[in-house]
Design a protein around this ligand. Structure first.
Ligand code: TYM
Length: 331
């Protein structure tokens, strides 16, 4: 494998890529590109656990891929690809299934949540989701996984599966560590600031896409739910204002303390306006580059093809090792 420690992460092509995904995950992926060997996938197989309209799904996956690049993920530095283009993910996932207990999967919070939300479609993929995610990560001998706070439990089960396998067959997988930022690991809904900003929230005012047009971004921040006070402070009992401050800090690189010092008595309207403007300014280049890239699908698919080729070559090393260890006859 490569000498630099490996980073792996991915986003499911469902809904929209929100500023929550950007702050919690993507912005860290960008920072890690220079010092690590980074592999970033579009987790399209994961998205099949809920029903997708095929034509829309395909378009959305390509759009997400363009957004990866538009944010500054660089195919010269990182491997960028579609998970479904590398069959090793599904193969390793099957083998790891045989080392994972049904009870462990049934206890996962995301499984419980999603089963409630999709009560008419509690399919095997939904239950098995964390094993596929473990396969994604373990295939590349990943050291660090940059994700938001909601993925912590999935990382824990990935570590458990890796340790369990290593204990039976000897050192096979690197046991990965989560990389969860201290600030911004959970960005909240603009309409319900005690709930996570979700990429598939049916209320369009709750979340902001990273390629949204400036007027719409400003409108959503102006409507953001806060509280009935007027002072700008970062406090647990002021989730709306605190969320705005976190977003503001992430977009400008300024500390929350310095923002509170400046905005303390300026009122919520001014705060909302300036947070909105900071988001517009930060995302302006992303939106422009995205529009350009979507006009060049040929280029996007070339990058994806080369990414899949490189990812497959790395993944097959781990997969072959695993097959040998469990006693499958070599092809
Ligand atoms: P997904 O697609 O739901 O989210 C992508 C990334 O964004 C983070 N995130 C957030 N961070 C801060 N605030 C929020 N409101 C917020 N919402 C989402 C998520 O934590 C995640 O890092 N299972 C994964 C995709 C996946 C994956 C992997 C990740 C598939 N295979 C292997 C890492 C490694 C998921 O559904 O993320």
């Amino acid at each position: 494998m490569e000498k630099k420690p490996v980073i792996y992460s991915g986003i499911q092509p469902t809904g929209i890529i929100t500023i929550g995904n950007y702050i919690g995950a993507l912005s860290n992926w960008l920072k890690l590109q220079d010092d690590y060997f980074c592999v970033y996938g579009i987790a399209d197989l994961h998205a099949l656990t809920v029903r997708q309209v095929p034509a829309e799904f395909r378009q959305r996956a390509i759009s997400f891929f363009a957004q990866y690049l538009a944010c500054g993920l660089d195919p010269q530095k990182s491997i960028l690809y579609f998970q479904s283009h590398v069959p090793a993910h599904s193969e390793l996932s099957w083998i790891l299934n045989c080392y994972t207990y049904v009870g462990e999967m049934q206890r996962m919070t995301q499984f419980k949540d999603k089963s409630e939300k999709n009560a008419d479609n509690v399919n095997m993929g939904l239950l098995d989701y964390p094993v596929l995610m473990a396969a994604d990560i373990l295939l590349y001998q990943t050291a660090l996984v940059p994700v938001g706070a909601d993925q912590k439990q999935h990382l824990e089960i990935t570590r458990d599966i890796a340790i369990r396998f290593n204990n039976v067959y000897g050192e096979t997988f690197v046991v990965p560590e989560p990389y969860i930022p201290k600030q911004g690991a959970k960005i909240f809904s603009l309409q319900n600031p005690t709930a996570k900003m979700s990429k598939s929230d049916p209320d369009p005012n709750a979340s902001v896409s990273i390629i949204e047009d400036p007027d719409s971004i400003m409108r959503k921040f102006k409507r953001a739910v806060t509280d009935s006070e007027t002072v700008v402070e970062y406090r647990e009992d002021k989730p709306g204002v605190s969320n705005l401050l976190t977003i503001f800090s992430e977009m400008t690189g300024r500390s929350i303390e310095s923002l509170v010092a400046e905005y303390h008595d300026l009122g919520y309207a001014k705060l909302k306006n300036d947070v909105g403007e900071s988001v517009v300014a930060k995302l302006e280049p992303v939106r422009k580059e995205y529009a350009r890239l979507m006009g060049d699908k040929g280029y996007l698919m070339e990058v994806a093809k080369e990414g899949a080729r490189r990812a497959s070559s790395l993944a097959s090393r781990t997969l072959n090792k695993v097959k040998r260890k469990v006693g499958l006859v070599e092809a």
